[in-house]
Design a protein around this ligand. Sequence first.
Ligand SMILES: [Zn+2]
Length: 345
Amino acid sequence: MLAAACGVPASRTLDPAPSAPSAQATQLPGPAAPTPAPTATPPPTLAPAAFSVAATIETIDLAKMNDHLVALTSVGSRDPRHPGHARAIAYIKEQLSALAYWGWRIESQRTSYQGIPLENIVATLDPPAGAPATGWVNVSAHYDSTANRTPGWRPAIDPAPGADDNATGTAALLELARVVSPHRAQLRTRLVLAFFDGEELFFKGSAAYVASLPRPLPYKAAINLDMVGFNPLADRLDLLWYTSASAGLRDQVVAANRTYAIGVSPLNAQFAADGSTIMDAAPFGLAGIPSVAICQRYGVNDATFPGNDTFHTVNDTPDKITNPRLWLKAAKLTLAVALELARQG
Ligand SMILES: [Zn+2]
């Protein structure tokens, strides 16, 4: 339905061949070994005069986001106990590796929760002159899925397609990586795209990541995308913000929606007072990092959100992405703010 609705071509599905299993869970390591240096010569970067945030966000391709979503849901389940999880990891790494010649460093961070191995995938792009020690920008989405609201659901066996939750955010993050790639020369600080695991296990992946960061914390901002494709009524997004330290970032997101005429309406800022908001932005926010989460709705249904009753069930399938226009707007808004922040140094 999405392909028909937004006029994009049919998307490929993942090859059914199993990928290499992920390594055994270990204690959370320090920085993982970087992937091998790319062998290709980086192409010339674009002249700064050719760059604008407004033009760059228009290069986000909804068809490519849809391709990613179809691939990510085709593995069956991204629950870390399910074989599809390793295939999703392989897909994300394959997509990021294709961008490595632009300078991305792609790392895995492994941890575990109650004996369940978890793997965050972290893609880092530094300015050509190198990264400063502070002022970094993080954009994240969780790629794991669950269907724990389906009665009798067995995590290791049964489907958990997680289309809206959160293939939408994961696919957007992959597309942002592609779009940012030619603009490395614009960066004044480190940009990190984090594909978190274990959000459905109480954000264990993002919590482990934040716990592993050096002190003082190097980030000046963290933006999280989680469930941004379902809303047949309105192009609405909720903007959760954490502690008073996040007020400036919140205001910047609201301003960017206007500045770039992105058209999210309504864009509802909500104060998240504690970690009970189960979003990957929470560990950042509670650590004192300015942090926001962008979500189609966090809270009860109302006149501008009818509720996605299929979330966390076996029926969160790609046809539930009822508002691809909203999905694209969420990606644009996120990228606009991330680029503004990363260009400020
Ligand atoms: Zn989610």
